[in-house]
Design a protein around this ligand. Structure first.
Ligand SMILES: [Zn+2]
Length: 199
């Protein structure tokens, strides 16, 4: 159950160290919030792990939608990758892929217990690339452990904006900014932390 965003080339893994997806299907692109189109990644595509410094293949992660909900590409005979899929490198447990740039496209997994006849077509929804332009990528440190999202060019605060925070640990938290452009309270930021925010 839940929303699973699609993965594209350049998306990070959750173990930091510049780990990222390094392969995608050319010609099959998703436009990112920065306006750049990136190749969509599928199961079996490669990702680089900066922890064990090797490349591994993307595999279906625990808790992710089954293949019946995923798009199948007949030319490469693979299903599309989503956030939460794992990378089989030399690390144990394996790192997971974080969807950052392909978030205009997602799979809405359904609660199968509530609907006995789910259809893969109905359950799949590719949202419009309604995400705003890249110039919106900026932040200012605020009081407490909130951050305020501001437009880098106009300086205006970004209210009700979807964002993803990649913590120094590599963990990812998703959220929507409030009416004042404030993010949620980041848990346990006892010290100044090097975080990345994507909108
Ligand atoms: Zn690794």
């Amino acid at each position: 159950m839940g929303v699973f965003y699609h993965v594209v080339e350049g998306d990070p893994l959750d173990n930091g160290n510049k780990s990222e997806v390094i392969e995608g299907l050319s010609g099959c692109t998703i436009e990112g919030p920065d306006g750049r189109s990136r190749n969509q990644a599928f199961i079996g595509h490669r990702a680089y792990c900066g922890v064990c410094k090797s490349a591994g293949l993307i595999a279906e992660g625990p808790g992710t939608p089954g293949y019946d909900l995923r798009m199948y590409d007949a030319t490469i005979r693979a299903h599309d990758a989503v956030e939460g899929d794992i990378v089989v490198c030399q690390c144990s447990p394996p790192p997971r892929v974080v969807a950052v740039y392909g978030r205009s496209s997602s799979i809405h997994d359904v609660d199968r217990s509530a609907d006995s006849t789910p259809s893969a077509i109905d359950a799949r929804e590719v949202a419009d690339a309604a995400t705003t332009a890249a110039s919106a990528h900026a932040l200012t440190k605020s009081f407490d452990d909130h951050y305020v999202l501001v437009d880098r060019e106009s300086g205006a605060t970004l209210a009700n904006f979807e964002y993803a925070v990649v913590r120094a640990s590599g963990a990812v938290e998703h959220g929507v900014s409030d009416a004042d452009g404030k993010t949620h309270m980041l848990s346990s930021t006892a010290k100044v932390e090097d975080i990345d925010i994507y909108v």
